[in-house]
Design a protein around this ligand. Structure first.
Ligand code: GLN
Length: 531
């Protein structure tokens, strides 16, 4: 068996260049050659995980099957490669120091001065090496931008790994921005030169430079980058903007990224068949019709906060051969009448997960509109809890029905799940749980299964004391957690498509295996469009 090889991906000049998508694309391309891969993310920030961060800071929190709250890039890794990420696939400086200080208190470093080198770097290295024995390639994305103070221990750990394992087992890819200056009518290579110099200061020399650019980087500019950054011309690879992220594996393969990686490791293989990716892109670019789905949330200006959700809708759209246009509706809208007006042309309405009482009445209004106007409705986590509150208030006439998350009230339709502690980091009901699905329900039709497993991230649950009354009034609890403690799905009997789920189905949806709830929801929007 050959030894595992490491591909490190750093970013320069600015953040948000798409290192996660590059890592995901490299992962899927290597899989297409038949290799076994794993992708990991090293985040230099000091939080232990992104779970306590505001989505406006860091986008969506991606929850793994084993219940870790991780960076949204892990969602891309899963969607592109189909490989389930685990809690061992994302570390932060905070997590490293937490472990370091625990060990120090335990006496593991007894007698020694604990230092960044070697103690912090050793922990980073052991994270990178952990559980990699059966793999061909480990792709490690380093968050942030080279030159950030926080990145230094990570770059040093990589330097040590490169030194120890040598070029035959390590490749360093640097993703950089080559901005186009309209006044000069040319792309500028200077920022790339500077960021490669930053890497050089850390003792690292990139083997491949990927040039992100709005316009195609001209050959003479690539030559300049090659010469001044000490990289062979064939390894300076253009990465122009694309209209859809699923174009990237094919694009990078056409530009030779896969071939150059394999050439670096002296592996010769013929180009793989990427037909499945071509088909996905073809379906996205050639829809047979369009539908409009309204998303009513409070982070509508930050689509990254709903990353997996948007992807899952795209997967639902692909399988229905349609295009989904998103109508973003800010639930914090002051003028309530405006919400109804803005929803008028929707073929379906979705209220996603969320935290905090800000904007909830706007969401409840939108749910009321969907319920009473027979518009397909999908409520996810908080969206489901609010759908039950709306139903309790307006159908069961429990006027002050609410969630204990927000108010103490006479009818706490949503209440704190038992065994929740008051620390906010990593303490929710997290990760995959099995749920039973009732026969003769829409959920059963959608899943074609009586037991399912879905990922969760919540602290509150529907109050089981109200279950019978909800059902008597027409809101069926069509899925219950395997241990009976949590209502996992509700649905309306007299409605074309009205489902709320306590879990996050979007986290498991993939382009090649779209989640059945999203396929069915988009289909309901298509049906609505026909009426
Ligand atoms: N805030 C709600 C809870 O904690 C819903 C969480 C969510 O939507 N992810 O239960």
């Amino acid at each position: 068996m050959t030894e595992v090889k490491f591909i490190f991906v750093t970013g320069g000049v600015v953040s948000s260049l798409g290192k996660g998508l590059v890592s995901s694309s490299v992962g899927t391309l290597l899989q297409a050659y038949g290799f076994k891969v794993r992708i990991r993310k090293l985040d230099p920030y000091l939080n232990i995980d992104p779970g306590t961060m505001n989505p406006t800071q860091h986008g969506e929190v991606f929850v793994t099957e084993d219940g870790a709250e991780t960076d949204l890039d892990l969602g891309h890794y899963e969607r592109f490669t189909g490989i389930q990420a685990t809690k061992d696939d994302n570390i932060t400086t905070g997590k490293v120091y937490y472990e370091l200080l625990r060990k120090e208190r335990h006496g593991d470093y007894l007698g020694k001065t604990v230092q960044v080198i070697p103690h912090v770097t050793n922990l980073i290295k052991s994270f990178i090496f952990n559980d990699t024995e059966d793999l061909d390639f480990v792709i490690c994305e380093i968050g942030g931008t080279v030159g950030d103070i926080e990145s230094q221990p990570f770059l040093e750990a990589i330097r040590q790994i490169s030194y120890t394992l040598g070029k035959q087992r390590v490749i360093l890819m640097h993703l950089t921005l080559v901005p186009y200056l309209a006044v000069a009518q040319e792309s500028k290579t200077k920022p790339t030169q500077h960021s490669v110099r930053e890497l050089n200061f850390a003792g690292l020399q990139p083997d491949i430079i990927l040039c992100r650019s709005e316009k195609e980087v001209a050959d003479n500019q690539r030559e300049k980058i090659a010469k001044l950054c000490n990289v062979s011309l064939s390894n300076v690879i253009p990465a122009p903007d694309v209209s859809h992220i699923y174009e990237l594996p094919v694009l990078y393969s056409q530009r030779g990224l896969d071939t150059q990686i394999l050439a670096h490791f002296n592996i010769s293989k013929s180009k793989p068949d990427l037909i499945a990716w071509h088909q996905i892109v073809d379906a996205i670019k050639n829809p047979i019709q369009e539908v409009t789905i309204s998303i009513v949330g409070k982070y509508t200006e930050f689509p990254d906060a709903y990353k997996s959700l948007l992807e899952a809708l795209t997967h639902g759209a692909i399988s229905n051969k349609v295009k989904v246009n998103i109508n973003w509706i800010n639930s914090r809208e002051k003028d309530e009448k405006l919400i109804g007006k803005k929803l008028q042309n929707s073929h379906a309405i979705l209220v996603p997960g969320g935290f905090g009482d800000d904007g909830i009445e706007g969401k409840i209004l939108a749910i009321n509109y969907a319920r009473t106007s027979n518009i397909p409705f999908f409520g996810i986590c908080l969206g489901m809890q609010l759908a039950v509150i709306e139903f309790a208030r307006n159908v069961m006439k429990l006027e002050d029905a609410h969630s204990e998350e927000f108010y103490t009230c006479k009818h706490p339709i949503v209440k704190l799940a038992s065994n929740q502690n008051t620390d906010l980091g990593g303490t929710m009901r997290l990760g995959a749980y099995k749920c039973n699905v009732s026969a003769n329900s829409k959920m059963a039709d959608v899943y074609e299964n009586s037991t399912i497993s879905e990922r969760h991230r919540h602290r509150y649950i529907i109050n089981l004391d109200y279950k019978d009354d909800l059902e008597k009034n027409g809101l069926i609890c069509s899925s219950i957690a395997e241990n009976g403690t949590c209502i996992e799905a509700v649905e309306l009997i007299d409605h074309p498509w009205f489902i709320g789920v306590q879990f996050h189905p979007e986290l498991q949806s993939k382009p090649f295996s779209p989640h059945p709830l999203f396929v069915s929801f988009v289909k309901a929007a298509v049906d609505k469009n026909k009426i």
